[in-house]
Structures are given as structure tokens and as C-alpha cells.
Design a protein around this ligand. Structure first.
Ligand code: SAM
Ligand code: SF4
Length: 357
């Protein structure tokens, strides 16, 4: 008998599971896990502290990471993925926090790659540690990787990520391409006044290096709660600004309505750009994604205010059927969509680094 699919009350069938494997990170992106109070409030200070190469009076923010015992083990992750795949999930993305901070990640990748029915296994990483793990990840069965890189200017990169890591990320991207990862994606979160002047250089880089670049609207998921609508560069504006410099041809996406990015090829060139506009053009109606946090909480939406702890089942002796039933029940209640911009919008307590982007 075929198991029931994970279908919600709006008729959406879940095919995509994002698994965060750690809440820790070696970067301090100011839209995610800012290093200091000043960076967290960059919208107030961007004309002084962040514009100043030697910012003054920085107040470090201390993050409390989840204790190791709270994180799902590789065996627990493998079991959960196996159950979800039995219920129709096909795409698995390993993320974090920074997934490459977790020891022995290739071992986890090998376990997930061996699950029959996993049609697509990918990872999202800030790329700083990628080059040194690339071969092991590839051998373990990883086929796709997305890097996060918001700037090609080392000074701006540091401003945005809190680290001098641009050279390492570029080396990671080159290594991924050399090893045959395909496509190699690069995500750039666009924030007005911080990196929107780099839209064209980033797109030119994608064309030159044959990359799939994704420009992402800044979302209210930052731990500093600095998000303001006027810091969001709307997807339409991103496209218009790119079109001033490039001839862009739409990619036919009719076969995959759940894709979050609207994609464009360069006329006569290689590589592509995509625009992910969850704030100004929500795509909730086609959402087929679920998320599991590093500590084993299922989130049915990036913006869920509630989450559901699967650890008691995973650690309490529940059999696979009971876990599958629980997943089915939780998915049935998946929210229709996020409420960004609505008067009743509540920013989730967890940041993107905890939720797993
Ligand atoms: N550390 C890894 C990385 O940066 O790729 C994986 C986790 S990170 C949370 C996943 C993605 O979320 C990254 O591409 C990052 O740029 C994006 N992200 C984080 N905070 C965001 C925000 N407030 N708005 C939009 N995207 C965000
Ligand atoms: Fe770390 Fe990724 Fe968040 Fe940046 S976006 S702080 S790299 S988890």
C-alpha cells in the first residue's frame, strides 16, 4: 500500500524538506546573526558605525547555542528524512546555521544520499569552509550546493557578514564548479543602501562564471529585528535595474510552479539570475516546503510562530508509523501563507540561522 502524501488543507503536497543541522555559525551576517548591537541596528547606524571602517563603541551580542544533546543526531535526521520521503518528499536541503560547522557532515550526506526516493540532495552554506570539505561531500553524494555571497567587495562583504571571508567563499565556489557540482547557486540577500549598488557586478559575475545567482529580498527574520520595509529592494526593482545593463530572457518554469525564484537567462551569455521576492510577491500558494530545526522542531512555514517538537517521538520509542502520522497531522494544518506587511504580522522568535534557510 502506498503511504498517504503530506498534503495540507489547501491542497499543497509537500515535496521539499530543509533540515538544519546546527544553529551555530562562523559568520555574523547583519540580517541574520549580527555580531554587535550596532550591526543589529544597522538601519539606524549605517551612516556612521557601519560606514566607518573602524566602528566605535561596539557592543557584542552573545548568542546561546543549543546544547549538543538537543540537536538531532545523524541517525535521527536520517530516520526522519526516510519517513518524510516515504510520504512523498523528494528534495532534501541540508542547512543551518552553518552546516559545515557540524563535524563529519559527509557522513550525514552519505546516509541521506542512500535513502531511496531522495531525488535531489543539496546544501546551503556560507562557503567559508567549503573548499576543504568539497571532495568528501561530493564523494558522499552531494550534487548541488548553494553559496551565500552578498558582495564581491571585500570591505562590503565584511560589513555584511562580520567576517573577512570573501576569498574563501570565492575559492569554495570555484572548487564546487571544478568538482562538477551543478548547478552551483549563489544567494545574495539585497538590502537597500548596503549592497544594492552591487546588483550589476554580482549578475556580471554569474554570467562570467556560469553561476545561478539568486537575489533574495530581505525578510524579517533577523535577530536584531532591524527589518524595515524600506530596506527591502522589491524584486521588480531588482529586475528593472538589471535590465538596464543586461538583456534578460525569461526561463520557462511552467513545469515547476513551486520554484521560489523567477529566473532569467542572459541573452547570448552563460549563467542565469533569479529573483526571490517573498516580501513583495509572496509565493505561498505553491509552497511545498517543510523545515526541521537542528533541535528537531518541525516548522510548516518560514514564518510560523509555532513549531512542533519531534524529539519526544524520535527519542521516546515511537515507531515510524506514529511519526508519519504526526507529520501528516502537522502538515494538514500548514498555514495558508505568511503575513508580512499585514497589521497582525508577528516576526518569528527564531532567526533564519535557527530555522534553517
Ligand atoms: N549559513 C548558511 C548560509 O548562509 O548559506 C545556511 C543558512 S542561512 C540561514 C540560509 C540562507 O538564508 C542564506 O542564503 C541567507 O542569506 C538567507 N537569509 C538569512 N537571513 C535572511 C533574511 N533576514 N532575509 C533573507 N534571507 C536571509
Ligand atoms: Fe550564518 Fe548563514 Fe546566518 Fe550568515 S546567513 S549568519 S552565514 S547562518
Amino acid at each position: 500500500m502506498t503511504a498517504a502524501l503530506l498534503q495540507d488543507s489547501h491542497g499543497r503536497v509537500m515535496r521539499d524538506l530543509r533540515v538544519s543541522i546546527t544553529d551555530r555559525c562562523n559568520f555574523r551576517c547583519l540580517y541574520c546573526l549580527p555580531e554587535t548591537e550596532e550591526a543589529a541596528n544597522f538601519y539606524r547606524t549605517r551612516h556612521d558605525a557601519l560606514r566607518n571602517p573602524q566602528p566605535v563603541a561596539l557592543t557584542p551580542i552573545r548568542y546561546e547555542w543549543k546544547p549538543k544533546a538537543h540537536l538531532l543526531s545523524f541517525e535521527e535526521i536520517e530516520r526522519l528524512v526516510r519517513i518524510a520521503v516515504g510520504l512523498g518528499v523528494e528534495k532534501i536541503r541540508v542547512t543551518g546555521g552553518e552546516p559545515l560547522l557540524r563535524r563529519d557532515v559527509p557522513q550525514l550526506i552519505a546516509k541521506l544520499a542512500a535513502i531511496p526516493g531522495v531525488r535531489d540532495l543539496a546544501m546551503t552554506t556560507n562557503g567559508f569552509l567549503f573548499a576543504r570539505h568539497a571532495e568528501a561531500l561530493r564523494t558522499a553524494g552531494l550534487r548541488r550546493v548553494s553559496f551565500s555571497m552578498d558582495s564581491l567587495d571585500p570591505v562590503n562583504f565584511r560589513k555584511m557578514t562580520g567576517r573577512d571571508g570573501l576569498a574563501e567563499v570565492l575559492a569554495g565556489i570555484a572548487q564546487a564548479q571544478a568538482l562538477g557540482f551543478a548547478p552551483v547557486k549563489v544567494n545574495a540577500v539585497v538590502i537597500r543602501g548596503l549592497n544594492d549598488h552591487e546588483l550589476v557586478p554580482l549578475a556580471a559575475f554569474a554570467r562570467e562564471r556560469e553561476l545561478s545567482l539568486r537575489f533574495i529580498e530581505f525578510m524579517p527574520l533577523d535577530s536584531g529585528h532591524a527589518w524595515k520595509r524600506d530596506l527591502v529592494v522589491p524584486g521588480r526593482e531588482i529586475l528593472a535595474r538589471l535590465r538596464e545593463s543586461f538583456e534578460l530572457l525569461p526561463v520557462d518554469q511552467s513545469g515547476n510552479p513551486a520554484e521560489t525564484a523567477r529566473r532569467w537567462k542572459f541573452a547570448g551569455g552563460r549563467g542565469e539570475v533569479g529573483i526571490i521576492a517573498p516580501v513583495t510577491e509572496p509565493f505561498c500558494g505553491h509552497c511545498n516546503r517543510l523545515r526541521v530545526t537542528a533541535d528537531g522542531k518541525l516548522r510548516t512555514c518560514l514564518f510560523s510562530v509555532g513549531e512542533h517538537d519531534l524529539k519526544p517521538l524520535l527519542r521516546g520509542g515511537a515507531d515510524d508509523a506514529a511519526i508519519a502520522q504526526r507529520l501528516g497531522g502537522l502538515v494538514a494544518d500548514k498555514e495558508a501563507g505568511h503575513r508580512i506587511g499585514q497589521p497582525d504580522f508577528v516576526q518569528p522568535a527564531r532567526t533564519m540561522s535557527c530555522i534553517g534557510g
